[in-house]
Write a protein that binds this ligand. Structure first.
Ligand SMILES: CC(C)(COP(=O)(O)OP(=O)(O)OC[C@H]1O[C@@H](n2cnc3c(N)ncnc32)[C@H](O)[C@@H]1OP(=O)(O)O)[C@@H](O)C(=O)NCCC(=O)NCCS
Length: 154
């Protein structure tokens, strides 16, 4: 008789991020194509984790390896009032199609709704083909496509 404890290999949990996640988050962020070393990521998290209008979550497996992260921020504008936005989301290449992204989005929606925000949105590059199928499956409607402009200030 085996007494080995059964560990579901695909069991994942979501929890709020902390500064100790900087390395894992920067590694996943590089997978998304953005450069972010761990030191820079740590200072970004130091700024973001204390904000009331922002939450960052990670998903981890049974051995506490970080499989994905999500940032949601509540914005406010003259045009539209308060709206939540998924500012970033990435799931590790080797952990996709296991419901990790779905779980992270679910906690973001619950967090925003709990703050009285009635709409959540996300902007995703048209080149991220998988993300469009993903968001539409989760009930997000494609409402517009935009050009994005940027100018260096120094
Ligand atoms: C988009 C992304 C976050 C999805 O994460 P994920 O953990 O793989 O998604 P889930 O397993 O929770 O998928 C939920 C559902 O979305 C749909 N979906 C997800 N990925 C899909 C794909 N590549 N093609 C078609 N449908 C897809 C499916 O209906 C899926 O359910 P199913 O697997 O039971 O069929 C992930 O692919 C990723 O990190 N991509 C690169 C970064 C990115 O595009 N981020 C979003 C920019 S804001």
């Amino acid at each position: 008789v085996s007494h080995a404890r059964f560990v579901d290999p695909v069991a994942t949990t979501t929890r709020t991020a902390n500064l100790a996640d900087a390395d894992a988050i920067s590694e996943l962020t590089r997978q998304l194509g953005y450069s972010a070393d761990a030191t820079e990521m740590r200072s970004r998290l130091e700024r973001l984790l204390v904000r009331n209008d922002t939450a960052v979550w990670v998903a981890e497996d049974a051995s506490h390896a970080v499989l994905g992260w999500l940032q949601v921020t509540i914005g406010d504008s003259v045009e539209s009032g308060r709206r939540a936005e998924i500012v970033g989301l990435v799931v590790a290449d080797n952990a996709r199609r296991r419901g990790v992204g779905r779980s992270l989005v679910a906690v973001a929606e619950e967090w925003a709704a709990g703050r009285g925000v009635s709409v959540i949105g996300v902007r995703s590059n048209l080149t991220r083909v998988e993300s469009h199928a993903f968001y539409q499956t989760l009930g997000y409607a494609h409402t517009k496509s935009q050009a994005v402009y940027r100018k260096a200030l120094c």
